[in-house]
Every structure is written in C-alpha cells, then in structure tokens.
Design a protein around this ligand. Structure first.
Ligand code: SF4
Length: 417
C-alpha cells in the first residue's frame, strides 16, 4: 500500500529494490523521519547498560519532559547502526516501545521489527586527571569515538552557516558552555586521556573521528584551525604505537600546504572535506560560508589534491542527501537531483575520492527547518547508485563503512559485496 502522500512505502520499496537490504531501507527511513520513545521505552533506556549522554550538538538526546537521558544509536537485527535520537522527528516518526525486556519499532501502530540500542561505553562516567567528565570530551557511536575539539562555527557569526546546519545549537550544551562547565576549546591532555581510557574497552572502537565548527582565523584562512587539529591529532596519536592510526578528520578543504602539514605531522589516516551539495548554484545558496571562505572550485581542487597526499581512496567527501531538493531553489524532481549527485560522485570517484551520503534532516534550529524532504525512494536509489559508482572505480570506503562510521546507507552496502 502506498503512503497517504502517494509516496512508495517501506514495504513497497523492499520489494522494488531487492539489491538494497531491507535493514538499510529501514535505516534510511528511520533517519529521515526520526523516532519517538514510549514512556516504557524511556524508562527502559535508563538502565546502566543503555544510558548515554544528556546533551548533544543537536540538542535531542534527552526526554524534554522528564529529563531522562536518551540512549545511544539504534541497532537493527543485522547489526546495522542507525544514528538517530529520540525527538520531535520530521513528520511521521517511528515509535520505539519496550515489551518484556526487548525493544520493538512501530510505524503508525504496526510492529516492524525488533531493535536494540548501542551499549553505553565504559569510559562514560569517568573523569580526566583535571576532573573533566570524559563524556564531555568524546561521544561514542557503537564503534567510533567522536571528538569536537572546537565547539563553535564562525560561519554562524556572519549568518553564513550552511542552511541545513544545527550544529552547536543544543540548549543544554550552550548553557554548559556559557557557565564554563564544558569547554569551547578542548584541553589536549583531556583528549589524550579520554581516548586512552576509551581504548581500554575490549573490541569496542575501531575509529577516532574529529570534526568541529569552522574557524577561519589566523595569518592565512584556517591557519589556527589547522594548528589546533595538528595538536589534537598528536595528543590522540600518543595512544598508538603505529605511525598512522584509524582516524578521520572532517574539516574544510584546506590548501595543499596545510593538508601536507596535517599528513606529515600527525598519524591521521583519512581526510574528509565535505562538499555537502554537488550542484554549483545550490552549493553557493546552501553553503554560503564555504563558498565565501574557500569557494566551490577551490574546494573541489583541494579535495583532489589531498589524494596526492593521503592516497587513492583515503580522501572522502559527504553530501547532505536531499538538500539539493530544498525549495525554493532546489531541484524539483528526484531524477534531476539524483542525476546531479551521481555526476558528483562519479567525478570524485574518477580521482580516487569517495563521495558518501548522509540523510538530510531539517532540524528546527536550521534555516531549512520544516522543509519537505525527498521521498524514501530517492534515498534508496541514491545509496544504490553511490555504492555502484564507487565500486566501478575500485573504491571501497573502508575508513567510513559500517565498522568505522555507521552513518551512511551507501557504505552499508559494502557488507554484501
Ligand atoms: S561548516 Fe557548515 S555544517 Fe559545519 S558547523 Fe559550520 S555551518 Fe554547520
């Protein structure tokens, strides 16, 4: 049965696209629509095994009514990770209920499947030698440590933020920043100690990820930010004996000189300057800060140059999938949107860059709040297309797959290759 809005439903798409596992299709739709928890489920995720942090960069990691801490990412039965937090969602949210010690996901009252949540990592609740809670230094996905060493994006200072962005808008986090309870710029020893402690949990983490708000200050644009990332990566790297450690830096597209310094002076293994949207006209509209401080042509050139330094397949770029259909200026049809994004993916693949997709969610704190998302079928076609294009060029996103990231439906497909 089709959805009431005429779009194909989850079940119909499972039948229509047998090459995309049903779990990946469910993941895409859950990310697109969001989840809500029943009261029983909220109670159940307060158990020590599940309880995660109380705040996040997006401000949705808790029950607004009771203050109950929310769980970590959702896990589907085949181990697929769904990075989604309970919140108002974007339309028809899925519901998670707790029944007899298990969790189940429902769509408008219909039970879809059994699900689970990622366990709380061992380092949460511990403090660094300076007395700083480690969970305020790094957050945990099922298999990845996420660190944001600088919690402010200066594109927002001038109204040039990316239009889909809701980073650093969490009210709890802002209050903690204002009161000095958490730091805007993280201390290097705190970072070193937190990663050291996190790595003690057997078999848990396979990747350290860094990203932050854009800071273009310095004697040349982004000089201070590059110096900061180098110092942070060196502090993390002291926990490893190998020259390179499994890691990714999601950051602006830097000059070749800066990228060379990051590679030579740290153990970073992959670099990811996110293009966000491939179409030139839409890039300027949607990412005015990136356009102003770097420019689309420079962004693309720097991304390709990074391959000379990090090597074929070790440079990534993400698109926020669906923003190219944001109105009033976006593409009007799914076919036009996919044609543009596939063109971008193939262009990058030819040059050894892996382009991946992330599901766009029109957060309430973003300029794109309330805008209509593309139908689920767009996302199913997109992840299949991205996977097939990369594969045709011999690329496998080993540094950004289900074991190292878990946020990309397209790299989930590498599990069935
Ligand atoms: S660069 Fe864009 S997406 Fe990243 S934090 Fe700044 S405004 Fe948000």
């Amino acid at each position: 049965m089709a959805e009431s809005n005429g779009e194909l439903s989850y079940e119909q798409l499972v039948d229509r696209y047998p090459g995309v596992p049903r779990f990946v299709i469910l993941k895409l739709d859950v990310q697109r629509r969001g989840i809500g928890l029943t009261d029983r489920a909220w109670d159940a995720v307060q158990a020590p095994y599940y309880r995660h942090r109380e705040s996040t960069t997006y401000g949705v990691r808790r029950d607004e009514n009771s203050g109950r801490a929310s769980p970590g990412p959702l896990l589907l039965r085949d181990g697929t990770t769904v990075l989604v937090s309970p919140g108002p969602g974007f339309g028809n949210t899925y519901t998670i209920d707790a029944v007899d010690g298990k969790f189940f996901i429902f769509d408008q009252g219909k039970q879809i499947d059994e699900v689970d949540f990622s366990p709380r990592p061992d380092y949460y609740g511990k403090k660094t030698s300076r007395g700083v809670p480690m969970e305020s230094i790094a957050s945990a996905r099922p298999q990845r440590i996420d660190i944001q060493p600088y919690r402010h994006c200066h594109f927002w200072d001038t109204g040039d933020q990316c239009k889909y962005c809701a980073f650093f808008t969490d009210r709890i986090e802002q209050r903690q920043l204002d009161s000095g309870k958490i730091q805007k710029e993280l201390n290097l020893d705190d970072i070193h100690e937190t990663v050291k402690e996190a790595l003690k949990e057997p078999g848990r983490f396979s990747q350290v990820n860094l990203t932050a708000g854009a800071d273009y200050s310095g004697s040349e644009p982004f000089e201070n930010e590059v110096n900061r990332y180098i110092a942070v990566l060196q502090a993390i790297g002291r926990n490893f004996t190998s020259r390179r450690f499994p890691s990714q830096l999601i950051a602006p597209a830097y000059t070749k000189k800066h990228i060379r310094r990051i590679y030579d002076e740290t153990g970073l293994s992959s670099y990811c300057p996110d293009i966000e949207v491939w179409d030139e006209r839409l890039f300027k509209w949607i990412c005015p800060g990136k356009d102003k401080w770097v420019g689309r042509d420079n962004w693309i050139r720097a991304t390709l140059e990074a391959v000379d330094i990090f090597g074929w397949g070790n440079v990534y770029t993400n698109m926020v999938a669906g923003v190219e259909m944001a109105q009033p200026h976006g593409f009007k049809t799914v076919d036009e949107a996919l044609k543009s994004s596939f063109e971008g993916c193939e262009f990058f693949a030819k040059h050894g860059v892996q382009m991946l997709s992330l599901v766009w969610r029109p957060w309430g704190a973003s300029e794109f709040r309330g805008l209509k998302q593309p139908p689920l079928e767009y996302y199913v076609r997109l992840v299949q297309g991205f996977h097939d294009i990369r594969k045709a060029y011999g690329l496998s996103p080993d540094n950004d797959d289900f074991k190292h990231c878990g946020n990309h439906g397209d790299s989930d497909l590498n599990r069935i290759d």
